[in-house]
Design a protein around this ligand. Structure first.
Ligand SMILES: [Zn+2]
Ligand SMILES: [Zn+2]
Length: 439
């Protein structure tokens, strides 16, 4: 599978053999100097048209610029201690110590290479073999690999949560600016679609709002967060994990050419937005190259894969669809009767339903002991709607609250309505709330 991605990249000219060592015969390309800034990050992308040039693999004990470049790359993406990355909440370096001499290929550097190979689904041999160098030259996300360790679900799925989540199922975003490459309408639509894809498999809701958690912007080079972009190629974008202030924000490298659909030398905004929003929701990189959360950009990948879905649901749970019927239970759904026998207005055929069995029970005589209960009340109705409760098991991951003055913002509320009852049952809603995982 790994060779497939490289084959495609090589055909499109996006990946080249890193032309670094003095012993390798190289076509003269553009100058590939490491970016010189005080952050310690920003290795120049190794993109050129050299896919067919044979690579000499440095071995332990070798030294030279190729080794130094590999060291700088691995440091940039989190394999060694790096003060520039310590601002990322929960981040830890993959290895807690550096090579003695960054220009010498020693055991420590070999171990870091092995961890890089493991993180991206390559054959793990700890050498700078051709596959490894090709991947190091490929366009990618700027977020470090193996962000939070250890991976909590190693062996069951390849995603890795970065350890923080939004504490609400309603997440707001705004645009600080737009790319010059696409119309504002197109960018808005692409980003809204990316959010909707994550929302479709969880109980998360997303709105564009000035008072936003997630701020989206395009910037080139130094763009205000002391985490500079590197020009065309290399790093395409990065995003901060959930939190306040800059945390949760998504930055795209304006030096790229952003398109709808991708192509040679240009980047598909849909795919990168989907990936970066995954980070902004708390996901780490996946070593499954089919996953949206794979660190490298190859070809457009605008749909979530199973690995991504398992990842996001481990953080936010899966989606629960609620429904309500004033005419008996709904076939195919899990329904419970929600009658109030003292109310004369035809409540006997009212049912609360969900697409999953959530163990809900209804009470007409106060909360049920040992369950987590939500009072269902219409204060304007005199017919003893004062001791009615919807209850779920104490350890249920579903949380509800009741509104008798209209729904919460969003569509995860279901209206309870008995049309035959004249006592203002027209603005009553049961809403579901998501609390942060673990429940
Ligand atoms: Zn990423
Ligand atoms: Zn940034």
């Amino acid at each position: 599978m790994v060779s497939a991605i490289h084959g495609r990249l090589a055909r499109r000219g996006l990946v080249a053999v890193a032309c670094l060592g003095v012993t390798v015969s190289c076509v003269e390309g553009e100058e590939l100097s490491a970016q010189d800034d005080d952050t310690g990050v920003g290795v120049a992308p190794l993109v050129d048209d050299l896919a067919d040039v044979p690579v000499l693999e440095p071995a332990v004990g070798d030294r030279g610029e190729k080794v130094a470049r590999a060291y700088a790359y691995l440091k940039q993406y989190g394999y060694f201690p790096n003060p520039a990355l310590e601002r990322l909440p929960g981040w830890k370096p993959v290895l807690d110590h550096e090579p003695e001499d960054p220009e010498v290929f020693d055991e420590v550097l070999a171990e870091a290479v092995a961890r890089f190979q493991e993180a991206h689904g390559l054959v793990v041999d700890g050498t700078l073999n051709a596959e490894t160098q090709r991947l190091m030259a490929a366009p990618r996300c700027g977020i470090p690999d193996d962000y939070a360790q250890p991976r909590p679900l190693k062996g069951t799925s390849q995603f890795a949560p970065s350890g923080s989540t939004w504490g609400s199922n309603e997440v707001l975003y705004r645009f600080r600016n737009f790319s010059a490459d696409l119309s504002q309408d197109d960018i808005r639509a692409v980003v809204a679609e990316a959010f909707a894809r994550w929302g479709a498999v969880t109980d998360l809701l997303f709105y564009e709002d000035d008072d936003a958690d997630i701020e989206i912007s395009f910037g080139a080079g130094n763009h205000g967060d002391n985490w500079p972009f590197d020009g065309q190629g290399g790093v395409l974008a990065h995003a901060w994990p959930p939190g306040s202030g800059i945390l949760g924000d998504v930055h795209f490298d304006e030096a790229e050419t952003w398109t709808l659909g991708g192509g040679d030398g240009v980047v598909d905004l849909r795919s990168v937005a989907l990936h970066e929003i995954g980070h902004a929701l708390g996901l780490d990189h996946s070593d499954d190259e089919e996953a949206v959360m794979y660190a490298f950009y190859d070809e457009p990948k605008p749909n979530l894969r199973l690995d991504d879905v398992i990842g996001i649901q481990s953080l936010y749970g899966d989606r629960l669809t609620l429904s309500y019927s004033a005419w008996g239970p709904i076939p195919g759904k899990h329904c419970i009767s929600v009658a109030e026998h003292a109310d004369p207005y035809a409540w006997d055929d009212n049912y609360f339903c969900s697409d999953k069995d959530i163990g809900a029970q209804w009470s007409m005589s106060g909360p049920i002991e040992g369950m987590r209960c939500t009072q269902v009340v219409e204060p304007a109705d005199p017919h003893t709607w004062s001791d009615n409760y919807l209850c779920v098991p104490t350890h249920s991951k579903w949380f509800f609250h009741w509104r008798y003055d209209g729904p919460d913002r969003g569509n995860r509320c279901v209206q309870w309505h008995e049309f035959a009852d004249p006592d203002t049952w027209d603005d009553n809603f049961l809403c579901s709330t998501l609390l942060p995982w673990p429940w």
